[in-house]
Design a protein around this ligand. Sequence first.
Ligand code: SF4
Length: 379
Amino acid sequence: MNSLNVQPINTERLTPLSPSYDPWDPIRSLQKYGRHKLTSVEMTVSNLCNMRCEHCAVGDTLVMKEPEKLPLDLMLRRLDEVEHLETISITGGEPSFSERTVREYMLPLLQYARSRGIRSQINSNVTLPYSRYEQLAPYLDVMHISFNYTTADDFHEVGFARAGHPVSREAAEKLYERMIDNARRLADAGVLVSAESMINYRTHHKIEEIHKLIVEMGCARHEVHPMYPSSFAKNLPVISRKQMLDAIKRLLDARDRSVWMLFGTLPFYHCSDNAEERELLGRLAKEPNVTVRNDPDGRNRLNVNLFTGEVFVTDFSDVPAFGNIKEDKLDDLFDRWLGLPLAGSVGCHCPAVSCCGPNLLVKDMYYKDVDFHQRRAIV
Ligand code: SF4
């Protein structure tokens, strides 16, 4: 397929994203092809950001000034070669920090995706002027934001913890209000706004309250992930698996059942010898409008750094790049990754419970010495 000659797809013909259709979940391609396939490409288009959140998973890569990116044409060509591509994600930093990046990279990438019938997501803090997002909205499926607050004070404390200079409460409050307003406007414009909350030492005891605000903002989906110690988050206090489990149970009791709840990177598995954890997974599987997404990183997705062309298993892990789009096709690089022992170490699959193994960070944190190939789901 030539990226420049494709005709726009009528979006009404695309299957709506919903709890029963989440193309980011790698279990779908595993079931369809009988092996992991590259169906999703994430692109890091910025290392700039107007915030410095204490938990930022890519905090160490943030800069004040960044180099030129690779030509867009090269990226489009590499996307075009991905035979089974179903989704793209655009991430940063704050990807829309530079107006030029919005116009010259993000917009054409979204237009390309739309023309090929591929679903798209942007990871943004949506605190910049609405005009940045407005031009992207007609071509965008999912606007993914972080929301871990119950007040502007929380936002002030968390969002600028690593700024290195004082940020006034008034300045933070303005951004907080703009974020809420932008999220509402994007939802009104028909974009699926998905707010992600981390379960961590700050949020686990008030996750229900955070959920309530997310619903009030008009978000169609609330994503919940435990926080793992990556980059800036490395030195933050950790909570126990039991505290995570209790927070999730309370959230399930209190949630608005009309809003899609998506859980990801949970440290609980059906093969666990902990009955309470297995019971929670059973409950999650039965609850209406609730999904547990398998981890896409390295299962159906790769990350491309658009400054260097390097290809990673995810934008935030310590796993080094294993190739470069300047030299190789993404499908070939994906096969190279699957051949590495690290990929094999999390490459189990229990079809009975639609699970395809642990996230790399989760395994490293909680299950270092566990050989998942020796385990089976207990059903
Ligand atoms: S696929 Fe792996 S992690 Fe999931 S239940 Fe089976 S053995 Fe456990």
